[in-house]
Design a protein around this ligand. Structure first.
Ligand code: SF4
Length: 362
């Protein structure tokens, strides 16, 4: 246990009844994160993030655009596509603004990779339209709804289910991240989960799982019933482990690591995270748990640093943000501040930094 928590709150998560692929991947990564996610008292920490919203926008545009743009002449295509794209991005941007108030959220055109993702999506939509035209209008993209296995209480919504011929069904996941190459273990689990749902509802076993990247390139794996059965067994075991562990010490659910924790919204309340957190995890951002030593009109000084332990003897200074009342002796938990390159004892705040779970207005 660390010495103190700034706002200790008991965790009281709900049992899992139904599993979907996102929940299962979270359980496989860190069951303690799932415990936070399933306690409504911590819902306020689930703020939207840029990468998630960019993915949502791309999926939405790829769903809507082919049918809307099918009859648009080539010379007007780019403008018509951009209209759909920008309207979607504005909607996603508004979610960020609402979630991160009072912070000033960067304009969506400044999001990382914005132009590249926009042009790749436009090219993929154009290819989709060409496929529809080449097939005489018959092969419109099939966007599936939710599938459900009521017996095992599993549900999910695949991006695409493609029927190549009467014998071959493929489950397709469209990825929007920049570094997508081979099918990753968590993506394989997710696709086999969908394959099970399709098999349970149709009686036919899909033969392929596919991940498509932003360039439209596909990684394809052949699958069979035994692959699907192994994943279903893993899913049921994960759910059972979670539900049967809820009466014990939930911290034993935690599996902290740089990979698991670096974007976790619950870090501020997670002692297992603070116990192993190391400032070397990132040179671009730093999180700190300590106590306020001094405050002036302009500045706040933090000492008694509990974590990261490699700066336990240091004092950290920052300009006093307008929207915080910080008093000497208060516990302070800072998430994702920016270290100064010139002075290791100074930090500044970004639009998505938090002090005691609250965004920082600049
Ligand atoms: S901070 Fe890490 S250990 Fe804690 S809940 Fe999140 S992912 Fe799990």
């Amino acid at each position: 246990m660390i010495e103190y928590s700034f706002t200790p709150k008991p965790l009281d998560p709900e049992k899992i009844e139904y599993c979907d692929p996102t929940l299962v991947n979270q359980l496989a990564k860190c069951m303690y994160q799932t415990a936070f996610k399933r306690d409504k008292n911590f819902d306020y920490l689930q703020r939207a993030n840029l990468f998630l919203l960019r993915g949502t926008a791309v999926h939405s545009v790829r769903e809507k655009s082919p049918n809307k743009l099918l009859e648009v002449p080539d010379e007007n295509f780019k403008e018509a596509f951009n209209e759909i794209w920008e309207s979607e991005m504005k909607a996603q941007h508004q979610k960020l603004v609402d979630d991160w108030f009072p912070a000033l959220v960067q304009d969506f055109e400044d999001w990382p990779e914005y132009r590249r993702v926009q042009s790749r999506t436009r090219i993929n939509v154009k290819k989709e339209i060409q496929r529809i035209k080449d097939s005489g209008g018959g092969e419109r993209p099939v966007i599936e709804g939710w599938f459900e296995d009521e017996r095992l209480k599993l549900k999910g919504k695949p991006d695409r289910v493609e029927t190549w011929d009467s014998q071959t069904v493929a489950i397709v996941d469209i990825k929007t991240g920049p570094d997508q190459e081979e099918i990753r273990p968590e993506q394989r689990r997710q696709l086999l989960f969908y394959a099970h749902l399709f098999r349970a509802s149709s009686g036919q076993t899909p033969k392929k799982i596919i991940v498509e990247n932003t360039r439209g390139e596909r990684s394809i794996e052949d699958i069979g019933d035994s692959d699907i059965d192994a994943v279903v067994e893993e899913i049921l075991e994960l759910r059972n482990n979670f539900n049967s562990g809820l009466d014990g010490n939930l911290e034993t659910f935690a599996t902290p690591s740089k990979e698991n924790c670096q974007y976790c919204p619950y870090r501020s309340h997670c002692d297992p995270f603070w116990l192993i957190y190391d400032k070397e995890w990132s040179q671009w951002k730093i999180s700190i748990s300590g106590k306020v030593k001094e405050t002036t009109e302009e500045e706040v000084v933090v000492h008694n640093i509990v974590s990261p332990s490699d700066i336990a003897d240091s004092e950290i200074k920052f300009l006093r943000p307008e929207n915080f009342q910080l008093n000497v002796g208060d516990s302070v938990v800072i998430i994702d501040a920016k270290p100064s390159s010139l002075n290791s004892e100074v930090i500044t705040f970004l639009w998505n930094s938090l002090i005691n779970d609250t965004p920082v207005s600049s």
